[in-house]
Each structure stands twice: as C-alpha cells, then as structure tokens.
Design a binder for this molecule. Structure first.
Ligand code: ADP
Length: 259
C-alpha cells in the first residue's frame, strides 16, 4: 500500500513479553475497554498467555470489567499482576483509591504509566494488551515510545466524528512506525430483541470505508448489544459469559486476525 512494507516487529522492552498490542480510540466511550477485555479473553481461548494493562489513568475500568478489587502484592520489588479469568491484569485503579479523582499532572501520569509497564511482573506472556487512554496526548506517546508496541488496534464507532478522532490515533502510531493491525467498528448494528429488525443507529460502513481509505485492515464490526454491556458491568465479559454467542464470535474473529 501507500505506506510501504511494514517494518518487522521489534522485540518488546518488557521482560518476558513477546508482543505488546495497544487498543486505542480517538475519544472516550466508544467501547475501547470492552473491546480490550473481550479481545484478551478471545486470545486466551486461542491458547495464548495473555496480560491486560489498563493504561487509562483517568478512567480505569478494568477492575470493573474483570470483577477484581484486591490490592496487588509486591514480590522482589515488582508489582504482581492479578490473575483473573485466566489473564494477568493490572490497572492504576487497583493501586489507588478508585473513588478519588486523579488530579495528577503530566509527569506524575507518565510516571504511573511507566510503572505499569516496567514495575509489574508481566512475563512470561505471549501478548500484553494495553487498553490505552483515549486520544493522542502525553500518556499515549509515553506508552508508544516506551513499550515498543508490536501493533495497534483502533476502535471506533461508525460515526464520522469518532472516525476523525480515530484517524488522529492512527496517524500517531504510524508516525512512530507501529503497525496498524486494524480498525474495529464497535456498536456497528443493533438487532431489535423484540422484532428482529437490524438497525444502524450510528450509521453504517464508516469504519470499513475509512479503513480501506487509510490502507488499514478492517477487523469487522461488533453489534450494539445489551448483553455486551450487562456482562461487562458484571465483571464477566461476553466472551466468557456467552462464549458461543454471535457477539463473542465477533470478538473471536478480531482475535484471530490479530494473533
Ligand atoms: P471506552 O473504553 O471507549 O471509554 P467502554 O468500553 O468503557 O468505552 O464502553 C462504554 C460503555 O458502552 C460501557 O457501558 C460499555 O458496557 C458499553 N459498550 C461498549 N461496547 C458495547 C457494545 N458493543 N454494545 C453495548 N454496549 C457497549
């Protein structure tokens, strides 16, 4: 394509971790965390050893999504990740009081981000999924520069605005030579549970179009579905709670494309 042959994956800088994959979005609320967690569980089901790092310092949601609240322990000076649903998990939300707003400024935030990468005993892992904070600010850059990412998955809703933001995210990764593994269209369709009619509440095909225009793979759509939200709120993501559902299958397709 227009961007030439992607460079070969660089070794990650996290001991014992083979690949680090960022899940990013241009703005908040598009389902990036929900996608991260279900993708992590779908990769686990492919037989990979998986970790998930919640790098959303200002809105950590991993503890809720995986139903964990225990404080991590220290061993040999390293923070031990929490094992939940068969994946290693760590979130700033487990290290601080989740009910207190984080009012840190840049250096403190970047320090915390580095800590989550370098002071957590992640290895051995096949893949570490990093649930990135939305947008393209300092934390994102720290992460991109320090973690040596193997690739990035961009989550977007079909709405144009979200796609414009998603384009910025894509450009950020490309600037630092991180391969774009693909674009996921979340909340892509709605199947009415009462009458079976399929509606495209946020429009349709936007992400697929943008993907081809941006020379990035389209990884498919995830439907807008009440079960996805309910299972996420209960700390039992849909890939785990309804492994054979069409919604779980949508996440599994993404996992296969990424693995
Ligand atoms: P982000 O990480 O982008 O801020 P979240 O993953 O936290 O977004 O999702 C925002 C809200 O939307 C959550 O309540 C989540 O349960 C819900 N949600 C995400 N994806 C879907 C989906 N495909 N269907 C229904 N609800 C969803």
């Amino acid at each position: 394509g227009a961007h030439g042959t992607p460079p070969p994956p660089k070794p990650t800088t996290i001991p014992g971790v083979r690949h680090v994959v960022a899940v990013a979005s241009g703005k908040g609320g598009v389902g990036k965390s929900t996608t991260s967690v279900n993708l992590a569980l779908a990769l686990r089901d492919l037989g990979l050893s998986v970790g998930i790092l919640d790098a959303d310092i200002f809105g950590p949601s991993l503890p809720m999504l995986l139903g964990i609240n225990e404080k991590p322990s220290l061993k040999d000076g390293m923070i031990q990740p929490i094992l939940s649903h068969g994946v290693k998990a760590m979130s700033i939300g487990l290290l601080i009081d989740i009910d207190q707003p984080v009012v840190w400024r840049g250096p403190r935030v970047m320090g915390a981000t580095q800590q989550l990468l370098k002071e957590v005993a992640w290895g051995p892992l096949d893949v570490l999924i990093v649930d990135m904070p939305p947008g393209t600010g300092d934390v994102q850059l720290t992460m991109v520069q320090q973690a040596t990412l193997s690739g990035a998955v961009i989550v977007s809703t079909p709405q144009d605005l979200a796609l414009i933001d998603a384009r910025k995210g894509l450009a950020m990764f490309r600037k630092v030579n991180v391969p774009i593994l693909g674009i996921v269209e979340n909340m892509s369709s709605y199947l009415c549970p009462a009458c079976g009619h399929e509606a495209h509440i946020f429009g349709h095909g936007g992400a697929a179009e943008a993907a081809s225009e941006l020379d990035a793979p389209f990884l498919g759509g995830i439907p807008l579905d009440m079960k996805i939200r309910l299972s996420a709120d209960e700390g039992n993501p849909i890939v785990e709670s309804a492994p054979d559902s069409p919604e779980a299958a949508a996440y599994r397709r993404i996992a296969k494309a990424v693995a």
